[in-house]
Structure formats: C-alpha cells, structure tokens
Design a protein around this ligand. Structure first.
Ligand code: NDP
Length: 244
C-alpha cells in the first residue's frame, strides 16, 4: 500500500452498531479505516472483514479511549505509520442509566470518562497532525439526550452535551486551519445499546414512529467528513426521525 496516497480515517468503537456502519461507509468512500474497539476483537475483525469483502481496506486497533496511556501508545504507533489522519470519528460511548439520586459514583465517572476523557485522549493527538496539513474533519457522536436531556440519563446527557460544547469551541479554534469539527446527535438507533430500552413507548415520541438504522447515521457522518460539507463546522446535526 502506498502510504503517501492512502487517506486514513479512525473510527472509535467500530466493533458493532453505529461505529461499524460509519467505518463501512467511510471505507466505501475511499478511506483506509482504522477500527478501534475496547474488548470485542471478533466484532472489530468482522467490521474489517466486511470492508475487505467489498474490496476496501481497514485494520483493527485495540485501545480503551478512556485510558490515556494506552490510547497514547496506540495512536503514537498509528501516527508514526501514517503521519496524518484525515478523518476522526469519536463514536465510542457507553451508557449506565439510573435516576440521578440513586446513581453510583462509578456510573457517573464511567460514562463521563469514556465520552469526554476519551474525546480528549483521541482528538488532541490526531488534531495536532491535521494542523500542519491544514486539512481534516472530526465528527463526534452525541445524542438527542445531550440536546434535551433524558430522565434516567443524567450522566449520559451530561457527557453528550459536553461533547457538543467541546466540539463547538474547538471548531472555532481551528476553523482557519482548514479543520472542521462537527457533531451528529442520533435519536433512537437500532443497536445493542438500546436492547433494554422500552422501544414501543419511545416510538410514540418519534414523529416518524420508527427506530433509526445505524446506516442512517453513518451516511450523515460520511457527508460531514466529505468535501460536500466544506463550509460546515461547529454544527450539530440531529438524526432522530423528527424528535426535536
Ligand atoms: P454499542 O454499544 O452497540 O457499541 C459501542 C461501541 O463503542 C463498541 O464498539 C464498543 O467496543 C465501543 N466502546 C465502548 N467503550 C469504549 C472504550 N472505552 N474504548 C473504545 N471503544 C469503546 O453502541 P451504539 O453503536 O449504539 O452507539 C455508538 C455511539 O452512538 C455511542 O457513542 C452512543 O452513545 C451513541 N448513540 C447511540 C444511540 C442509539 O440509540 N444506539 C443514540 C444516540 C447516540 P467494545 O465492543 O469492544 O466494547
């Protein structure tokens, strides 16, 4: 592979769900995609296998985005190999729901740390390499909960709202350097994450009266990463069937 011509994208949390769909969509659009995951090696390999089956390329990279040292080591290795990452999608995320008054500190910390510390740990080193190139696109996956809140999800909503604040601030810092920073805020999307959710009740709150598919989020991410979105930065795009 000629590394000088290879366009590289990193998708965190690409072993299943929305991250997998994003990784596939970016591969179809010409990127060699680095599929990060935390523990599901088989899932991440399956994502890369799906790309290869369609004639595209990718590779897996195991690191826990909330672990500063582990993330640094993995990214140092990736950056030393590829020098420059054109696209970063911060997709990795977890939920640990419960009413705030009963929420254990560990559940607060786990969700905030994965989402916000994870954003910091991954975005900063990747962005540093975008600056000399004066080119790059960063998209982070927030949630409708980060925009309007959600009962039982104070930790998740706080983390997802934090992503929006950080992204808007950074977008303003690097706009003149050719780097665009945006956020996608999905509503209810059919993945493992919503296995326990009362889908039939929630559906009644969705004007389109259906759950979204991961591919419907992935296509918006692909658009934001592309030149078609060349004048879009610091924005939050909702993909939620008309909820807000
Ligand atoms: P899933 O639970 O299906 O997948 C989560 C992915 O994130 C997995 O690949 C998982 O890897 C990875 N991951 C979790 N923690 C870490 C970590 N610390 N480091 C690296 N990777 C990690 O979730 P979805 O696909 O549903 O969600 C993807 C994103 O979209 C999340 O940020 C979520 O909050 C957001 N979102 C989802 C919605 C939905 O309805 N599904 C709605 C709105 C937003 P592994 O399997 O190896 O643990």
């Amino acid at each position: 592979m000629d590394q000088r011509e290879t366009r590289i994208a990193i998708v965190t949390g690409g072993s299943r769900g929305i991250g997998r769909a994003i990784a596939l969509e970016l591969a179809r659009n010409g990127y060699h995609v680095i599929v990060n995951y935390r523990s599901d090696t088989a899932g991440a390999e399956e994502t890369v296998g799906m790309m290869e089956k369609e004639g595209f390329t990718g590779e897996t990279s195991q690191f826990d985005v909330s672990d500063a040292e582990g993330t640094k080591q993995a990214l140092d290795q990736i950056i030393s190999r590829y020098k420059y990452i054109e696209v970063l999608v911060n997709n990795a995320g977890i939920a640990a729901d419960g009413l705030f008054v009963m929420m254990p500190e560990k559940d607060w910390d786990a969700v905030i740390t994965t989402t916000l510390k994870g954003f910091y740990n991954v975005t900063k080193p990747v962005m540093k390499r975008m600056i000399p190139k004066k080119r790059g696109s960063i998209v982070s996956i927030s949630s409708v909960a980060g925009l309007i809140g959600n009962r039982g999800q104070a930790n998740y909503s706080a983390a997802k709202a934090g992503l929006i604040g950080a992204s808007r601030s950074i977008a303003a810092e690097v706009a003149r350097l050719g780097i665009r920073v945006n956020v996608v805020a999905p509503g209810l999307i059919q993945t493992d994450m919503i296995k326990e959710a009362p889908v039939d009740i929630i559906k009644q709150m969705i004007p389109m009266a259906r759950i979204g598919q991961p591919e419907e989020v992935a296509r918006v991410v692909r658009f934001l990463c592309s030149e078609d979105a060349s004048y879009i930065t610091g924005q939050v795009i909702s993909v939620n069937g008309g909820m807000v």
